[in-house]
Design a protein around this ligand. Sequence first.
Ligand SMILES: Nc1ncnc2c1ncn2[C@@H]1O[C@H](COP(=O)(O)OP(=O)(O)O)[C@@H](O)[C@H]1O
Ligand SMILES: [Mg+2]
Length: 234
Amino acid sequence: MASPPLVQMRNVHRRFHLGETIVEAVAGVSLDIHTGGFLAVWGPSGSGKSTLMNLIGLIDAPSEGEVWFEGVDTHRMADNALTDFRSHRVGFVFQNFNLIPVLSARENVMLPLQIAGLSPQKASTQATEMLVEVGLERFLTSRPDQLSGGQRQRVAIARALAIQPKLVVADEPTANLDSENSHMVVNMMRQMNRLHGVTFVFTTHDPRLLDNVDRKVLLHDGRVEQDEILSCNS
Ligand SMILES: Nc1ncnc2c1ncn2[C@@H]1O[C@H](COP(=O)(O)OP(=O)(O)O)[C@@H](O)[C@H]1O
Ligand SMILES: [Mg+2]
């Protein structure tokens, strides 16, 4: 039997109450995301990209509709079970890198591994391997403020991959980078997607970063306006 899609969204809505008014940030999205894909969600500011990413990454829950992950209806899971489920399956990359300033690149990547219960020695070995993969072997002991934006984001990618997730969710990972570093970061994510078979979903408002993706989902006012599948791998 074929395995289910990694993520299945069924008529998902997410509404926020602002006083008397209700903002519908995600307004009825149905989307299947398959294992191994490299998918971009793009659209203008305010189109619902971040809200959708939080739902895909299981850090937020729909107001209506369902999000299934590996064939499991996440709505039926208790909060702590869901947190545990997510922490073994989903890695996150953020616009502001979210690295811990007083820790070295290697210590930042070690952190999720130590939280997962690895010994410091094992965590250090694995973190070093990940940083070598993203081309930062010369910066293992550098702190974030000693690295460029592009290098910081590569540390964040290594950290997201350290736990060997099924899915990496990256919300506007290039928003604080210049165009050269933006392309470098997208290419690095693509390389990691191919090397490890990890599914990536990233958002951007910049269509110039969509050259190399398997699938482009265009959001507008919380709805999927266009869904272009460019490779069967999506
Ligand atoms: N926590 C929130 N409370 C109220 N409104 C929100 C919240 N998060 C997002 N929104 C609103 O939902 C819409 C979509 O926001 P967002 O998902 O951040 O879009 P994007 O990431 O594409 O810029 C916007 O109108 C935004 O103001
Ligand atoms: Mg956003």
